[in-house]
Ligand binder design. Structure first.
Ligand SMILES: Cc1cc2nc3c(=O)[nH]c(=O)nc-3n(C[C@H](O)[C@H](O)[C@H](O)COP(=O)(O)OP(=O)(O)OC[C@H]3O[C@@H](n4cnc5c(N)ncnc54)[C@H](O)[C@@H]3O)c2cc1C
Length: 414
């Protein structure tokens, strides 16, 4: 099979790229080693940016997704500081569930990714093939990529390759030269539970910053049918330095932590605890080269503070479709032409990734966390500022300015 554009991986990054190409009337071949619906280890939290990206694919998609029983709307975040204090931060201060659309959603990835793949299946411009495990990528003298399976069976040749095959992408490691760097990589574990008590009536997601587990954190995210996604994440460098056994720590914290043990006493774990890596975007890396673009986790684009990677994969998928279309039109697959894709992605995500790197470092200072949590409980201005920070980048920028902390310390109560 000879094609102009081949996309490796039909997760949020690859599926989004294929759908935008289809919208532009551009055909592509989309390959995935799995058959959908397929599971993906994740926290399953979808930020407002995901909904924006759905809208960019098709105006009608957010409403179709919102009406599907596979998701729950979420109205905010409950932070649990190391001193145990809970700080509830709505995504929109003073939200009204009857009037405002929810800013976030939670849906199991087996369902969300399949929702996107169902869109893919509707589009005749996309030649989607499942159960195709591309293990070898060979660049021919004319620059095209020849793709084959591990047993040497040739799958396709393509003029341009969009690499969206996730955190364990061998292409990203071996050809693009992205090494796994423990300071820019997070280890994560996730399990599904039934019967966890005390979940928020407004589906606030819970982030627990537990004193002797920092800089790691534990999450509890409510799901449809009363289930919950429960997991832990910690910078890989810290896991090695502190010799942390994440599985043991997760079980121990659910059994013994005062904010959790009673809530999990009657809960049942559904299936195994599964682990997976998060390649973080805390270091800017090249996202393109001769006749290829890297998307999503294959390009290490996960937010280093929040762990959010679904929307970033979709943002990169949208820009990849744009630049792939332009490259085909110009018949120019050179590194210098494709570098414009890197610029487009980092124009959109670069500032956010830098700010999140700064916030990630705060995880090393539990007393600062405690201080902010204590202070926000009695200071509505600060609580509102924190809430808006999730929606407003300029506010996050304040975190980098010493004057913010001065106001925090000495600022009066409202
Ligand atoms: C524990 C954990 C918690 C997380 N929590 C969140 C969260 O709550 N919210 C959030 O936004 N992000 C979260 N993330 C990050 C998020 O899961 C990823 O950023 C996101 O899945 C990236 O999408 P992607 O399309 O780049 O890759 P993926 O979703 O990984 O998709 C890659 C696709 O490529 C296919 N593939 C792989 N190898 C091959 C091959 N050789 N040949 C063909 N196909 C192949 C796979 O089958 C898969 O379908 C979390 C990650 C982890 C590990």
């Amino acid at each position: 099979m000879e094609v102009d554009i081949c996309i490796l991986g039909a997760g949020p990054g690859g599926a989004t790229a294929a759908l935008h190409l289809a919208n532009a009337g551009q055909r592509c071949l989309l390959l995935d080693r799995a058959a959908f619906p397929r599971d993906k280890v994740c926290g399953d939290a979808l930020s407002g940016k995901v909904i924006n990206e759905l809208r960019r694919i098709d105006q009608a998609l957010p409403a179709r997704f919102g009406a599907a029983p596979l998701q729950v709307p979420s109205w905010g975040i409950d932070f649990f500081a190391p001193n145990g204090r809970r700080l509830g931060i709505p995504f929109r201060p003073g939200f009204d569930k009857a009037r405002d659309p929810a800013a976030g959603h939670i849906a199991k990835r087996i369902d969300f990714d399949n929702f996107l793949v169902e869109e893919v299946r509707r589009r005749p411009e996309i030649d989607f093939r499942e159960n195709v495990d591309v293990a070898r990528h060979e660049q021919l003298p004319d620059g095209r990529w020849r793709l084959s399976t591990a047993d040497g069976k040739e799958v396709a040749t393509a003029k341009l390759l969009l690499v969206a095959n996730g955190a364990q992408s061998s292409f990203a490691r071996q050809i693009a030269g992205h090494a796994l760097e423990p300071d820019h990589h997070c280890a994560g574990l996730r399990a599904y539970y039934d019967g966890v008590t005390g979940l928020s009536p407004n589906n606030f997601i819970e982030l627990h910053f537990i004193k002797d587990f920092l800089p790691g954190y534990l999450w509890v995210f409510p799901l449809p049918n009363g289930q919950a996604n429960v997991g832990v994440g910690m910078l890989t460098k810290a896991v090695s330095a502190k010799k942390v056994n994440l599985r043991e720590r997760l079980a121990e914290m659910l059994d013994t932590h005062p904010a959790l043990k009673e809530r999990f006493a009657g809960a049942t774990r559904l299936g195994p605890v599964r682990g997976f890596g998060l390649p973080l975007g805390s270091k800017r890396r090249a996202l393109s080269g001769a006749a290829y673009l890297l998307l999503g986790d294959a390009g290490s684009l996960i937010d280093p503070f929040s762990g959010e990677g679904i929307s970033h994969a979709m943002v990169s998928g949208r820009h990849a479709a744009d630049w792939a279309g332009r490259a085909v039109q110009a018949q120019d697959f050179s590194p210098s032409f494709l570098r414009q894709y890197d610029a487009a992605v980092y124009r959109r995500l670069g500032q956010e990734l830098r700010l999140s790197r700064a916030m990630q470092r705060l995880l090393n200072f539990p007393t600062l966390f405690n201080f902010i949590a204590n202070r926000a409980a009695s200071n509505p201005t600060l609580a509102e500022t924190l809430s808006s920070m999730f929606m407003d980048l300029d506010l996050r920028e304040r975190l980098r300015q010493p004057s913010f902390y001065v106001k925090l310390l000495f600022g009066g109560k409202k």
